[in-house]
Design a protein. Structure first.
Length: 77
């Protein structure tokens, strides 16, 4: 099932399939290791849903919801 990273529930796991966005945002996501094929686990969501804490490539990363909405995932069932 396809989802955006911003739509994941806490504890869900997915594989990055695409990274949208333009220019600096896309480059920043790639620099942080958010690349196609990487496994992502949503660890925490702030009470109002922004920011999100994920585990990717063995480290914890915090993203804003707008940044997470640029990442397309294939959700593991």
């Amino acid at each position: 099932m396809q989802k955006l990273l911003s739509e994941l529930s806490v504890g869900e796991t997915g594989i990055v399939k695409s990274v949208a966005g333009e220019g600096k945002l896309r480059r920043r996501l790639f620099d942080m290791g958010v690349t196609p094929g990487a496994e992502v686990v949503l660890r925490k969501k702030a009470p109002l849903g922004d920011p999100l804490e994920i585990t990717i490539r063995g480290y914890e990363l915090t993203l804003r919801k707008t940044e997470a909405a640029c990442v397309g995932l294939e959700v593991k069932e």
